[in-house]
Ligand binder design. Sequence first.
Ligand SMILES: [Zn+2]
Length: 117
Amino acid sequence: MSHRCDLCADARVTPLIEFGAHPIAHHFLNDPAQAEYTHPVTLGFCEACGLTKGSPVFEAGSNDGTFLAALRERGFTKLLGLEPAQGAVTAARKLGVETVRAYFTPTVARELAASFG
Ligand SMILES: [Zn+2]
């Protein structure tokens, strides 16, 4: 399967993380017995404009850190999550994912940009 980058349209996109088959959001079934349409969800890496494994990765609304932990398993080392929910922050920290507990506001964005890059 070939894809083009959504940012630069380059065709050199390789799968980085496969999330499996997912249903389409806001598409409700009329009957529970009805077959649900799903499609594969994959995070791709663009060789032309993509991140390098030394690039910092920041995720606003990082929840329990699953995505950042998956990136860490693939060699990314500078990761930071931002999540307002205490339970999710605790779960992320148990995974070893550095997570700041706060809402994403202009003030917080400036502070994180100054400290994280
Ligand atoms: Zn690109």
